[in-house]
Design a binder for this molecule. Structure first.
Ligand SMILES: NC(=O)c1ccc[n+]([C@@H]2O[C@H](COP(=O)([O-])OP(=O)(O)OC[C@H]3O[C@@H](n4cnc5c(N)ncnc54)[C@H](O)[C@@H]3O)[C@@H](O)[C@H]2O)c1
Length: 345
């Protein structure tokens, strides 16, 4: 996959896309650096209410201008905007950019609800502009390999998947713990990647039934506004296959992180796991009975690939891509997980 990305970014007769960067906290700067390194785009302007962060971002692109806000960014004849602001702002900012005929690459989640995600997709469709979301784990070599195995029928019928994401720390910014700003807790923050990995590998099957248990500090959550720090969910697909998800913040996990996606089929299995508790290093294996075969080992510099892919496609002239409609399916599954919790009266 590296080679494919590199080829895309060095099609040198393609003019780099003119981008604005909205929100340049840690992930915003990380993705900005990856896009600029790929030479598929140039940074025209940067907006962040934190002067310190805007200046840190400027050190990545000294020719860019620091501007006040999204309106000021959009005044700069841009091809696209890269949005990495707190989650509550994603949908509204994406829609405003798209309505100005500017393509969008947004951090996950695209919206706090399925309705918000659907409104952004509708704006992209009516503007005819490219919309991407940073579902970055799809771009790991391990998950690319596993998806290919499944797609080519190598695992037979996949009837079960187990996916786990425990982050032993949890977010350090206060807005993550306010549901009106974040949309939820570990499910919308970490579980979103697990759900996306499962649905994407299985080609977005229909989910027939969802059950979930959400907890906060070791107790079942009992108020709608509670932000969960531990979640277990089971998605039963229309074809009878079952996806089990577990995710958490600040778990006594025994390492920084426990991240895995295991798929089991009638003809074999495949497993994607982080190595030594790392957030960044992953290995993938193919499983047959009691035997396993290594598919991928670290290192794999995957973090910025979704952003680079979007920027390269934009520079190459790609307009609206209907694949973004799957983002609404993803948001609906998340809403189903939150919606299946029963609160005591
Ligand atoms: N794809 C991934 O794997 C991944 C990883 C980490 C974070 N994220 C997502 O990225 C988003 C940002 O997370 P973060 O950890 O970088 O948060 P952060 O708080 O460090 O960064 C957010 C930035 O947005 C700025 N900001 C706030 N309001 C703004 C506005 N109106 N206009 C412009 N900028 C504004 C803040 O000053 C800050 O610099 C979150 O939605 C999070 O879910 C995604």
């Amino acid at each position: 996959m590296n080679t494919m990305m590199e080829k895309r970014s060095i099609q040198t007769n393609v003019k780099p896309a003119r981008l604005g960067f909205l929100g340049v906290g840690w992930i915003g700067r990380n993705r900005m650096a990856a896009i600029l390194r790929s030479n598929s785009a140039v940074a025209v302007a940067i907006a962040d209410p934190s002067e310190e962060r805007a200046h840190e971002a400027l050190s990545l692109a000294p020719d860019a201008k620091i501007v006040a806000d999204l309106d000021a960014l959009l005044a700069h004849d841009l091809d696209g905007v890269v949005i990495a602001t707190p989650s509550a702002l994603h949908a509204e900012q994406s829609i405003r950019a798209l309505q100005s005929s500017v393509a969008v690459f947004c951090q996950k989640p695209l919206g706090r609800s399925a309705a918000e995600a659907a409104a952004v997709v509708a704006a992209a469709r009516s503007a005819g502009r490219l919309l991407g979301v940073d579902l970055s784990y799809r771009y790991t070599e391990g998950m690319q390999c596993i998806r290919n195995l499944i797609k080519h029928g190598e695992l037979g019928k996949v009837f079960a998947a187990d996916l786990v994401f425990h982050n032993a720390y949890g977010p350090d910014k206060s807005w993550f713990y306010d549901k009106s700003l974040s949309g939820g807790g570990c499910v919308i923050d970490l579980g979103i990647h697990l759900i996306d990995m499962a649905l994407w590998c299985l080609d977005f099957p229909q989910v027939a039934e969802t059950t979930s248990t959400l907890m906060k500090a070791g107790e079942l959550i009992d108020k709608l506004e509670d932000v969960e720090d531990f979640a277990v969910a089971t998605l039963t697909l229309a074809n009878g296959a079952v996806i089990r998800l577990t995710c958490s913040w600040r778990l006594h996990a025994g390492s920084d992180a426990v991240i895995s996606a295991d798929f089991f089929g009638t003809a074999g299995g495949a497993s994607f796991k982080n190595v030594n508790g790392s957030f960044y290093d992953f290995a993938a294996q193919r499983l047959r009975g009691t035997a396993s075969e290594s598919l991928v080992q670290p290192p794999d510099d995957w973090g910025g690939r979704a952003a680079v892919d979007w920027a390269a496609r934009l520079a190459g002239g790609q307009t609206y891509d209907p694949a973004c409609e799957r983002l609404v399916d993803l948001a609906e599954v998340i809403e189903g997980i939150y919606g299946s919790v029963k609160f005591s009266p």
